[in-house]
Design a protein around this ligand. Structure first.
Ligand SMILES: Cc1cc2nc3c(=O)[nH]c(=O)nc-3n(C[C@H](O)[C@H](O)[C@H](O)COP(=O)(O)OP(=O)(O)OC[C@H]3O[C@@H](n4cnc5c(N)ncnc54)[C@H](O)[C@@H]3O)c2cc1C
Length: 513
């Protein structure tokens, strides 16, 4: 049996591709697929379809991805991803994703950091529609007994012997009964949102606890310092509400006030890309302007967008902002702030999505593969579906369907502890960092580590320290990692940060081939 942890896009993609080959999987998730973070994706998925004479092709998609990631992504892996992108979007079309069409062709929109219109979309609900199609597809194989769902189950440990994964341990969150399932494992458990509760656009279910435990057991991580701040989020209770980059793709403009008049600063500062600069550049610029005491707020102005386009193509976004803030974005600029949105770093995998532990694979946002130092909008849905497919081709089946009930040893980490770790991390891993602030944060984590902790709390603190050490050691600025004390890029660091734990945290750098 093959076990998949997570039933968002990456997990579903892996399960469907395995089922197509007649392989059986256990598809395990804390919540139903309908509540995975993938559902929240708004703006779209990238592929150089060139359906409407955009002069686009996969080599341009490859170049933009590599450049957007500040040359920290792996060229061969990115070439594979961008080469396979049109096939993936055409597959999505076949299984019923209702993309926007004109004259029988998929329409594509602009997204930040890309030269061409390359982002296929379904209004501002792309994730929901992609997931709906994949859930339906998976259902066909569930009926045939090829996919077995374990919803409301949390995987809290893996069975690892001599650096080989033999299965996993999961708890039924309704009954608290725990079981071992055997066979190889694909991790598709999403990003590290749980390290920044209340401050990210993502799902709280992706608490990062399993990955923290596995790190403490020797699983290697990569580029943990690369955390994407999205420039356009709205502060609402309990989380940051994302205003998708599609807002800017359709003509939204950053604005502040200068001499009491609207000032569209990005257009002045970046005359070439204007409002479509990459997310790292936009967030840093906003952060710097916001920190000026005379700043009267940063806004997104969408009032100039054709109302027919705004209220149709971005309908869900318009409604969401209105529901949560009362503002009709077609009539009035609204205040935004950068917030944490995506984790480029995560479980280190090779081009086959094999991790450093035999029999364990990782795909989707939990894995570090395609996005280098900064992910381009529209590339993560693609990376999740493609990564799931590649992992499905690498994993081995042992045809063992047994499972055993075991004692439940799941340890929950309290919200108050998670918030404490979050505040320390935010003080060291902000949009702009320096040695002093990172070291201060490390000292605070060391103090936490010296206190009385449960195993799960210790694992979380050790992982947090690994994130901070990765940021401390990278003495340069690149993509999302901006160091005030090293403001330029240094080719000596054009390398993957590889982070491991053997009782202490070790950092080394891997050449990018
Ligand atoms: C608001 C928002 C908008 C976005 N818009 C876009 C966009 O327009 N284009 C784009 O390309 N990307 C976008 N992204 C990013 C993209 O949605 C994600 O990177 C991608 O969907 C991640 O898919 P995934 O399958 O890796 O993880 P997820 O969809 O996060 O799924 C993770 C799964 O793992 C399960 N899980 C977690 N821990 C455990 C555990 N211990 N045991 C069992 N199950 C577990 C969860 O229940 C879930 O099923 C957006 C993200 C957000 C938050």
């Amino acid at each position: 049996m093959i076990n998949i942890v997570g039933s968002g896009l990456a997990g579903l993609s892996a399960a469907i591709h395995l089922a197509k080959k007649g392989k059986k999987t256990n598809l395990i998730s804390v919540q139903e697929s309908e509540r995975a973070q993938s559902v929240m994706a708004e703006g779209g998925i990238n592929a150089a379809l060139n359906t409407m004479g955009e002069n686009d092709d996969e080599s341009l998609h490859y170049e933009d991805t590599l450049k957007g990631g500040a040359y920290l992504g792996e060229p061969e892996a990115i070439a594979n991803l961008t080469h396979n992108a049109p096939e993936i979007v055409n597959w999505l079309k076949e299984i019923g994703v209702p993309f926007e069409y004109k004259d029988g062709h998929i329409v594509q929109r602009n997204f930040g950091g890309q030269k061409n219109k390359r982002t296929a979309y379904v209004k501002s609900s792309t994730g929901k529609m992609l997931m709906s199609a994949l859930i339906d597809e998976a259902r066909k194989y569930e009926v045939k007994g090829l996919i077995k769902r374990y919803c409301h189950h949390r995987v809290y440990d893996l069975l690892i012997e001599n650096n080989e994964c033999k299965g996993l341990v999961l708890v039924d969150t309704y009954t608290n009964n725990a079981y071992e399932l055997y066979g190889e494992v694909i991790l598709a458990s999403g990003g590290l949102t749980g390290f920044f509760p209340g401050y990210t656009t993502g799902s709280k279910d992706n608490d990062g606890q399993l990955v923290s435990k596995l790190f403490s057991k020797g699983l290697k991580m990569a580029n943990l310092e690369m955390i994407q701040y999205h420039p356009t989020t709205i502060n609402i209770t309990g989380k940051r509400l994302l205003v998708s980059e599609a807002a800017r793709g359709e003509g939204g403009r950053f604005m502040t006030y200068k001499d009491n008049k609207p000032y569209y600063f990005m257009e002045d500062l970046y005359p070439e890309q204007k409002n479509l600069v990459t997310r790292d550049v936009a967030s840093r610029t906003i952060y710097q302007i916001q920190n000026d005491p005379t700043c009267k707020g940063i806004y997104l102005d969408m009032t100039g967008i054709d109302k027919n386009i705004l209220y149709t193509r971005l309908k869900d976004m318009v409604n969401e902002v209105k529901d949560y803030t009362g503002v009709d974005i077609g009539l009035k600029p609204f205040e935004i702030k950068p917030g944490i949105h995506y984790f480029m770093g995560g479980v280190y995998v090779d081009n086959k999505h094999q991790t450093s532990i035999k029999g364990l694979y990782a795909a989707g946002e939990c894995a570090c593969k395609y996005h280098g130092a900064n992910r381009l909008g529209g590339n993560s849905l693609l990376g999740a579906i493609y990564g799931g497919k590649v992992a499905s081709e690498s994993v081995n089946d042992d045809n063992n369907e047994t499972y055993v009930e075991v004692e439940n040893k799941y340890e929950e980490v309290s919200d108050s502890y998670s918030y404490k770790i979050r505040d320390i991390l935010l003080s060291g891993l902000g949009i702009i960092r320096d040695e002093e602030s990172i070291k201060e944060a490390i000292n605070k984590i060391d103090e936490v580590l010296e206190s009385k902790l449960t195993n799960a709390e210790k694992e979380k603190a050790v992982f947090a320290k690994a994130m901070l050490l990765a940021a401390l050691n990278r003495k340069e600025s690149r993509g999302a990692h901006y160091r005030k004390d090293y403001p330029t890029s240094d080719d000596n660091y054009k390398k993957t940060t590889l982070i491991s734990y053997d009782g202490q945290i070790n950092i080394e750098y891997l050449d990018i081939h």
